[in-house]
Design a binder for this molecule. Sequence first.
Ligand SMILES: Nc1ncnc2c1ncn2[C@@H]1O[C@H](COP(=O)(O)OP(=O)(O)O)[C@@H](O)[C@H]1O
Ligand SMILES: [Mg+2]
Length: 266
Amino acid sequence: MENGNATGPKIYAFVNQKGGVGKTTSAVNVAASMARLGQKVMLVDLDAQANSTSSLGVDKYTVEGGTYQLLVDADADLAENTLFHQELGIYLVPSSPDLAGAEVELVNEEGREQRLLNAFKQGEDYDYILIDSPPSLSLLTINGLVAAEAVIIPVQCEYLALEGLGQLTQTINRIRSTINPSLSLRGLIMTMYDGRATLAREVVNEVRQFFPNNVFENIIPRNVRLAEAPSHGLPVTVYAPASSGAKAYENLTKELLMGDGVALAV
Ligand SMILES: Nc1ncnc2c1ncn2[C@@H]1O[C@H](COP(=O)(O)OP(=O)(O)O)[C@@H](O)[C@H]1O
Ligand SMILES: [Mg+2]
């Protein structure tokens, strides 16, 4: 598969090796908004904690197959490892605690960094594939970066927000110079913004200086509805559609789609 080919899906990996910065929240809510806007979207849960999976109301302990299967079995069928969420119109490749063992199982396997890329060759009819990565730069994250056309980096609006982004950029460059030359940076999402705090504004400015032209204009506010929604197994756009968090993710998704040249009905 040629990454970035005009007919295949756009594949974005949500990555930041820091935990708790909003990777899962962003992947889930962007996926839900994309589906509402008529895109055929697949969300791939690449974290053994399976937070995207549970955020969509799927019990991770009942999952059979899913991401684990796609990684450990080179012949795994993508459709067989995908769940369709009828109400949300999202396709989900779920994760399960098994995924924690995948790395060890793959350690001596040929092509272990390309498992996800190969599996996605069966997903040509999707508009978007969104990958939610674990908080590490492990083999799981590498599989996401190898399969992706571009990276989306959620950054929490807090002190030391930029810390670790140098290491992430190095990893991206290494993947680019080896397995996936076309890997690009799609953008940084500023998350958990508290408009009353001077620090939050300073952090946004600092990140914008560091990554000019790469920070999405729509900033995600700190909003309790975003934190509550996962325990109801729903994206915030369904759980609390009028909330500031839901509006922010909807607008961010529109910004993303329009930037990709997707025509949106008004
Ligand atoms: N904008 C936000 N406002 C309030 N809480 C948020 C927001 N974004 C994420 N959270 C909460 O913060 C925690 C970490 O977010 P999460 O998306 O799971 O981060 P990551 O996937 O990077 O570890 C979760 O409990 C989530 O519900
Ligand atoms: Mg997460």
